[in-house]
Ligand binder design. Structure first.
Ligand SMILES: Nc1nc2c(ncn2[C@@H]2O[C@H](COP(=O)(O)OP(=O)(O)OP(=O)(O)O)[C@@H](O)[C@H]2O)c(=O)[nH]1
Ligand SMILES: [Mg+2]
Length: 455
């Protein structure tokens, strides 16, 4: 086990609350606790994993707060080091005072994610599991919570470890022949090498196929509300959110900037973006809004293309539609309460929902259509594969797949065993980036710095 210094940080958010928790980890954690914590019933030793009532006092012995404290001795703790938690009252001043006291006793303030980083370095979590901790904390919907929890509990890691084991076995076999070049690999065995690699590669393929859904659950489905001015885009945003978030006005050109809000639909996280109505304009601010709207088009998973059904199509609508070519569109025919004119041919091929942002008519059908859009891609039901959700993991798997492909064709072409070994090592290197064995230090730094303090 690695030896570190002792760190401390608040584990609860700042601001008033029922309880505030300070957490310590490291070899001096317990000694430091005993230096400022006076249990209500004095005792020589604290038992591990037991909560004790008492008082925290400052250097002069003056009571700072009444608290509960617990020691979790290594290795049965989050970091696998000695961990201490002090549960005080959740006020900023109290937490600050106790933390200052800890720092005075030679404890260092933890960096963001440092507790989890230690759990990783001490082998309690692998990298993908550690990353999932933060995803879990940040999850905004039932779906993202589920994916993060699965990953934190090692579902993805187990799959990757399985791949690593097979590839490592292949490599060991191939290396035998690198070491003893006079022995040719018997032909049947060569063929099974390729088969085993193909088997792993197909499982990797399955993971990659499900990436889009995993990504959407993790990052949210990016839904852009687009159309020309005054068709009711902001009204639609407000109706979906159930609150008057964006300004709605009969004057065209009301929305100037993009407005982004989060929403959970049937467990699927949505990033909903209202935009300025797209049209040619001489107003500089409005033109900037239009530019921002257009910039968002390429990155959207789904565009809700809004038209005013009561007015019929205008050249402006068609101009806006043109900008969305190649994107996934759902046509929203709004203002159904005012009646709907028949639509022109250009639009008849698009999936469509008629709504009234005013009366709420059709909104439920719209919600279902958005959920359906996600589900249509969700081929996961009945699959045993874990869900891949992180771009970094996907990149690593793509590299592993490519290396295995090269390995298989090298096997087929009877390349030298040295050559085969190189490809297998590359595959292992790529897989190890997911679990953290081969991840570069700067990437590790970056991953943990995204964490919050105290986790
Ligand atoms: N009758 C009726 N009026 C609507 C409906 N939806 C929006 N409106 C009206 O249409 C006008 C424009 O609505 P907004 O939501 O501001 O339209 P927008 O597309 O965001 O407009 P810009 O921001 O200017 O591009 C307002 O007067 C709304 O009250 C609807 O379903 N029915
Ligand atoms: Mg608007």
């Amino acid at each position: 086990m690695l030896i570190f210094d002792t760190i401390a940080a608040p584990a609860t958010p700042s601001g008033p609350g029922g309880i505030g928790i300070l957490r310590l980890s490291g070899p001096r954690a317990e000694t430091v606790l005993l230096g400022l914590f006076h249990p209500t019933r004095p005792r020589k030793q604290l038992r591990s994993h037991q909560l004790y009532h008492g008082q925290v006092v400052d250097a002069q012995g003056v009571v700072i707060d009444e608290v509960l404290a617990v020691v979790m001795r290594a290795p049965h703790s989050y970091t696998r080091e000695d961990v201490v938690e002090i549960h005080c009252h959740g006020g900023n001043v109290i937490l600050r005072r106790i933390l200052d006291q800890l720092l005075e006793m030679g404890v260092r303030l933890a960096n963001p994610g440092e507790f989890t980083q230690r759990a990783f370095l001490n082998g309690r979590l692998d990298l993908s599991e550690a990353e999932a901790v933060m995803d879990l904390i940040q999850s905004r919907s039932e779906g993202s919570r589920r994916v993060a929890l699965e990953q934190m509990q090692g579902r993805l890691s187990r799959a990757i470890h399985g791949f690593q084991n097979t590839v490592a076995d292949l490599l060991a076999l191939v290396e035998t022949y690198v070491d003893f070049p006079e022995e040719d690999i018997p032909l049947p065995q060569i063929e099974t090498l390729g088969d085993q690699s193909r088997d792993v590669r197909q499982q990797i393929e399955l993971l990659l196929q499900n990436f889009e859904n995993g990504r959407i659950l993790r990052e949210g489905l990016s839904v852009l509300i687009l159309g020309c001015p005054n068709v009711g885009k902001s009204s639609l945003l407000n109706a979906l959110l159930g609150e008057a978030r964006a300004i709605v006005n009969p004057l065209p050109g009301t929305t100037r900037d993009t407005i982004e809000e989060h929403l959970s639909l049937g467990g699927i996280p949505l990033r909903l973006v209202d935009t300025a109505g797209v049209r040619e304009t001489s107003d500089l601010i409005e033109a900037e809004g239009v530019r921002r709207a257009r910039d968002k088009i390429a990155g959207a998973d789904l565009i809700l293309f809004v038209v005013d059904g009561s007015r019929g199509l205008t050249p402006d609508d068609l101009f806006a539609l043109e900008l969305c070519s190649g994107q996934r569109l759902l046509l929203i025919v709004n203002k159904s309460d005012l009646g709907t004119l028949p639509l022109v041919e250009e639009l008849s091929a698009l999936p469509r929902v008629e709504i009234s942002a005013h009366t709420g008519e059709g909104l439920e059908a719209l919600r279902q259509a958005i959920i359906g859009f996600f589900r249509a891609e969700d081929g996961r039901e009945g699959f045993d594969t874990p869900l891949l959700s992180d771009r970094r993991h996907r990149e690593a798997l793509v590299l592993a797949r490519q290396a295995l492909e090269r390995f298989e064709s090298a096997v087929a072409q009877n390349h030298s065993v040295e050559f085969l070994a190189v490809e297998l090592r590359e595959a292992l290197q790529a897989l190890g980036q997911i679990t953290g064995e081969t991840t570069a230090d700067d990437i590790l730094e970056r991953i943990f710095s995204r964490f919050c303090i105290g986790k």
